[in-house]
Write a protein that binds this ligand. Sequence first.
Ligand code: SF4
Length: 356
Amino acid sequence: MVNKKYLFKYLIDKLYEKNYLNLDELVFILDNVHIYGREYLMEKADETRRRYYGRKVYLRGLIEVSNYCRRQCKYCGINALNKKVHRYRLTKEEILRRCQVGYELGFRTFVLQGGEDSYYSDNFLVDLIGEIKDRYKDAALTLSLGERSYESYKSLYMAGADRYLLRHETINRELFEEIHINSNYDERIEALWNLKEIGYQVGAGFMVGIPKQTKEDLARDLLFLKELEPEMVGIGPFIPHRDTIYRDERPGTLEDTITLLALTRLFLPKALIPATTALASIHPHGRELGLRAGANVVMPNLSPPDVRKDYSLYDGKVSTGYEAAEFRKELEESIGRIGYAVDMSRGDYIEWERAL
Ligand code: SF4
C-alpha cells in the first residue's frame, strides 16, 4: 500500500529536481494537493523562482488598446456578440501618450493588448511600433493582439516588437472548440509555434476552472507548456461575465489557480509568470499569493482611465488601486512588505538576455 503523503512529497521533490512529471504523476498531485500540502508546493516554487530571479518582481504597463473583437469566445465579456459593450479603440496618438505616461512612471515594458480588431493593420502597427521603439530605446514592447498570419507576426517583429502573448486557453481540443465559437484549435497552436520560430519571447497560458475542464486537461496544459517552452506564461481563473452564456457558471478557484501557477514555475523554472489581474480580482490577497507561488511579474493598468471599465473581459475585474499604473509606488511598497522587490527594468527572459 503506497503512502500517499510520502508519494506526494516525493513527486514535488522530483519535480523540483527534474522540472518534469508525467501525466499520471501530475494528476495525482492535482487530486491530492488540497490534502497533503499546497504550502509545500508553493515553497518549492518560490525557491525555484528565487534561484533564477531572486526577489525581483517585474512591472509591465498594460495598455488596453481596443475592446473591438471579431472573435466570439463564449467566456469573454468583449466578444463580438455582446451588444451591451461600449466599444472603444485608441488612436496612435493616444497609445503614444499612454506610453509617455508609463515611461515617466518608470515602466520599461509596454504591453499593447486588445481584441482582434482589424483597425490595427500591419501598416498601422509597424508605424506605431517603430515610433515607440524609437522614442523609448531602453523599453521592451509586448503585443497581445490575438491571432495574426505568420507574415503579420514577422513584420511586427521586424518593426521592433519583442514579445507576444497569446494564451492557448486549453489544450483539450474538444473543450477549446466548445468555448470558442469562431476560433480554430489548430490555428491557435500553429500561431504559437510561428511566434516561437520568428524569434519573439512568447507567452502562452490557460484558464483554470473552465466549465467541464478536468484535472487531466490541466495536467495536459502543463505538458504542452513544457513542450512549447514559452518564455512567459499567463494563468488565470475562469471568471464568468454577466453578458455571456457562462454567466451562472462557477468561477475557477484561487486555490486551483495558485496550484497551477506553482506547478508551472516548477515545470518552467525561468519563465516570466504574471500574478494576473484576474487573480487579484477573485481574492483580496490573490496577487500576493500568486507571487508566493512563483509568479514574478505584475502588469498594472496603464490604459486611459476613462476606458478601463469598458475593457471588461470578466466580472469584477479590478483596474483601480494597486492594479492601476498610477499607484506604482504604493504597489512597490505592498510587494516589498511581502518580501519581494520591484524591478523596473525591461525584465527579459534570462537566456534571451544573455543572447543579446
Ligand atoms: S478572449 Fe480575446 S479573442 Fe476572445 S473574444 Fe475576448 S478579446 Fe476577443
